[in-house]
Design a protein around this ligand. Structure first.
Ligand code: SAH
Length: 334
């Protein structure tokens, strides 16, 4: 697909849109069957050294009370009280190297020793030493989004570091043996359809196993409180377009989709998404994990299972990394 064909796909409506979503779902079914992965996410810290203009955790937000989760209760929750359908866990935070060393690495070691869960992290741009320590502790899947792939727009948005550094991190992680997922926010202030298409084309060409798209949501404690949220159709069309471009990638339905329109989650699954997330952050700290608004529409296990069934799919019995290595070992049978 050329960039202008990607633009057309992002803006599709009516019959063309229905067609796009159907094709994307068929490709997901061809590649993965009707299975959808279920991953638990824990937001372990809202400390952040970055200053992304659209994010409530930005370092200049002085009114936010900052937290890091405690090791023991979190380990107990994850070992003994996690929802049964979860095959994978993801640890996410603001860009906070301290929580990486003091909490995430020791936690990964325990989980690796006592469970066969797939272990993902989304912890920002860190040093090569930190990446290596995370991998050695048992994580194998790194989520690091481009957010926007246009260098000037990346600067205006004050996204982490700079675009070249973010791209270099993705390439480094892939070479170092990580399964890497990246993605974009659609509907950011000043972002044209052409910029989104160019970012999606960039993601297509990177060494990734996963792609994601989040609709922009304006947050009160950000620089863009009055900018409109992204239309749900744009976000869902982006999911479907990514599925067409890279049929074999893991693409999540993100809970933010339920905030920008009706049936966002189900529509993402019907447009080729194949990963869902159950939020396991304890409710107190979760209030302060402020990406956009404090109303986050938390997805519970019950709700996720219902959404998967409504989409005519079933939860995967195996974790992401296991499924990916099976596909690599035997692509035809997968
Ligand atoms: N610090 C980590 C990730 C934590 S933030 C990193 O840099 O990778 C998790 C994600 O929230 C970001 O990657 C971004 O895509 C998303 N996000 C932040 N603010 C948002 C907003 N206003 N609307 C939509 N998504 C947002």
């Amino acid at each position: 697909m050329t960039n202008s064909e990607i633009v057309t796909s992002l803006l599709a409506s009516g019959d063309r849109q229905a067609d796009l979503h159907r094709k994307a779902a068929e490709l997901r079914d061809r590649e993965f069957g009707k299975t959808v992965f279920v991953r638990g996410v824990v937001e372990v810290s809202n400390y952040c050294r970055e200053n992304c203009s659209y994010c409530g955790m930005r370092r200049d937000n002085r009114s936010l009370s900052r937290f890091r989760l405690d090791f023991e209760p979190l380990l107990e929750l994850l070992l003994n009280h996690r929802p049964a359908s979860i095959t994978d866990l993801n640890f996410q935070a603001g860009e906070d190297p301290i929580v990486v060393r003091e909490l995430v690495i020791p936690l990964l070691r325990e989980l690796r020793a006592h469970t066969n869960l797939g272990l993902s992290v989304c912890l920002g741009t860190l040093s090569e030493r930190d990446y290596a320590a995370l991998r050695e502790a048992g994580a194998s899947f790194y989520i690091i989004k481009l957010e926007t792939g246009d260098p000037a727009h990346y600067r205006t948005m004050a996204s982490p570091g700079n675009l070249d550094e973010r791209l270099a991190a993705i390439r480094h992680l892939a070479v170092a043996g990580w399964d890497v997922s990246s993605g974009l926010i659609v509907g950011l202030p000043g972002q044209t359809p052409e910029m989104m298409a160019a970012t999606i084309a960039m993601l297509r060409d990177l060494p990734l196993v996963g792609n994601s798209v989040s609709p922009f949501i304006p947050g009160n404690e950000t620089l863009w409180p009055d900018h409109p949220a992204a239309p749900l159709d744009l976000a869902i069309n982006a999911v479907a377009t990514m599925r067409l471009l890279n049929p074999d990638r893991i693409i999540p339905a993100v809970s933010a989709m339920t905030l920008v329109g009706h049936r966002g989650y189900g529509r993402a699954l019907a447009a080729g998404a194949n990963l869902t997330t159950i939020n396991l952050t304890p409710p107190g700290p979760r209030q302060n994990y402020l990406l956009y608004t404090r109303e986050r529409n938390i997805m519970t296990e019950e709700r996720i299972i219902r959404e998967i069934a409504d989409a005519g799919c079933v939860p995967s019995q195996v974790g992401l990394s296991t499924a990916l290595s099976q596909r690599r070992a035997c692509p035809a049978a997968a």
